[in-house]
Design a protein around this ligand. Structure first.
Ligand code: KE4
Length: 428
């Protein structure tokens, strides 16, 4: 594959945009080489600036569950744009998508729309702190909830659970209120709660992790968090920015039948336009301004174009819930095919999968948390990424990401992908 024009465009971008990208993971830093500049996309395919067609397993990091340039979404945006693009005033369409989302997801009575998953998670934590009048939060090493200060915290030295900033610009003052736990380790969570009695406002978690590769909760883990939260007056926040409207109509709450107190959304809910949201029962949501004292706002929140895209997307997913089963079956087919050809080529690996989220780890041990995810062989991953790209397959440019399967993929595309793995495996 030739990427001359992408490289030239990357050179120009770097002169005026830090690192040439508007979000770091796009820069290929984890895999090397210049990022691919996409010209357009349709269905399961990307068409880059050098005329290459790539089968897309990122789908804008999740939103394109029905495929790129999906006509009902595109047409809804075009029609809405003709009537104006933003008013900063309430519009009926915001109520319509809110009513639909509330009808699709368990345990939520009200929803507030924002412009990104970060904003949704940041606001959900502020709401939890305001509602419980407690300051500390528990997050899990390896889970990502966006770039708000409270989340950019890494494990402190040794086993100490007090976090320390993992980015300049995040203060020690902020870090001290974020406690870090190990994913899938209920005892660890319980000990942190006991060491911070009556100080913890919420536990925020990716109920199926997607930012350390795909990591499912072990049996009983989510249920255990629910019990701990009930016993210690802590709110449980499910960050469903990735999993919401992807793993089931009602997300992970429906899939695993565990109730969250606050749920955050992004990606799919906006149909590819900038939308995040957070939702909860009335008792909690009514603490939000203008009703209650917890302030949260946004000029473009509930933007009519974004709402039109999101409403078209959720309407289709709500009307055709068989889509969730169809993409889960495609993902299982892909999983089995990739595993077979990697085994045939004696490539040490493990594959994690939940619904239409899947990740390939070049590690012989099970990947159940950040530590085990970090044991993966990154050099092998880099070769795998570029080998697949050379075969016209675009997977996540980082071993700590998840592949997102779109309904637009055909079984022929999946076979082409499995064949590409077979060819690439010979060079690993
Ligand atoms: P955004 O602010 O990027 O819309 O959402 C933040 C976020 C929150 N919660 C979860 C579970 C997420 O996965 C994300 C964002 N996901 C990354 C992919 N790992 C977005 C890609 C990027 O950062 O460019």
């Amino acid at each position: 594959m030739i990427y001359k024009r992408s490289s030239a465009l990357f050179g120009a971008a770097q002169k005026v945009i830090p690192g040439g990208v508007n979000s770091p993971v796009r820069a290929f830093k984890a895999v090397g080489g210049d990022p691919i500049f996409v010209k357009e996309a349709k269905g399961a395919y990307l068409y880059d600036e050098d005329g290459n067609r790539l089968i897309d397993y990122i789908n804008s990091w999740g939103p394109m569950i029905l495929g790129h340039a999906h006509p009902p979404v595109v047409n809804a945006v075009i029609e809405k744009a003709k009537k104006g693009t933003s008013f900063g005033m309430p519009t009926e369409i915001e109520t319509k998508i809110a009513e639909l989302a509330v009808s699709m997801v368990p345990n939520i009575d009200k929803i507030r729309f924002v412009n990104s998953g970060t904003e949704a998670c940041m606001s959900a934590v502020r709401l939890a702190r305001g509602f419980t009048k407690k300051d500390k939060i528990i997050k899990f090493a390896g889970c990502y909830h966006g770039h708000s200060d409270s989340f950019l915290i890494q494990a402190g030295s040794g086993a100490v659970t007090f976090g320390s900033p993992n980015s300049p610009g995040v203060t020690e003052g902020t870090a001290k209120d974020t406690l870090l736990a190990r994913y899938n380790d209920l005892e660890n969570v319980e000990s942190i709660i006991k060491s911070n009695k009556d100080e913890i406002a919420c536990i925020i978690i990716e109920p199926v992790a997607g930012n350390m590769g795909c990591i499912p909760p072990v049996k009983g883990f989510l249920e255990g968090l629910r019990s701990l939260c009930d016993a210690h007056d802590i709110l449980l926040i499910f960050d469903e920015v990735m999993t919401g409207f992807r793993l089931a109509k009602g997300g992970v709450q429906e899939l695993f039948e565990v109730d969250a107190d606050i749920v955050t959304f992004g990606k799919v809910i906006g149909g590819g336009l900038p939308v995040g949201a957070f939702a909860a029962r009335t008792e909690i949501m009514n603490h939000l301004a203008p009703l209650g004292p917890v302030y949260q706002a946004g000029t473009l929140s509930g933007n009519p174009l974004a709402m039109a895209a999101g409403l078209a997307m959720l309407t289709e997913l709500n009307d055709q819930t068989k889509i969730f089963d169809s993409i889960a079956k495609k993902t299982e087919y892909l999983h089995k095919g990739i595993a077979k050809v990697l085994e045939e080529n004696n490539v040490v690996h493990t594959i994690n999968r939940v619904g239409s989220m899947i990740s390939v780890h070049f590690s012989e041990n099970p990947v159940v948390d950040f530590e085990s995810a970090a044991e993966g062989n990154n050099d092998t991953f880099k070769k795998f990424f570029h080998g697949m790209l050379d075969q016209g397959i675009y997977i996540a440019p980082s071993a700590f990401e998840t592949w997102f399967i779109t309904e637009a993929l055909t079984y022929q595309d999946l076979d082409e992908t499995i064949k590409a793995v077979s060819i690439t495996a010979k060079s690993l």
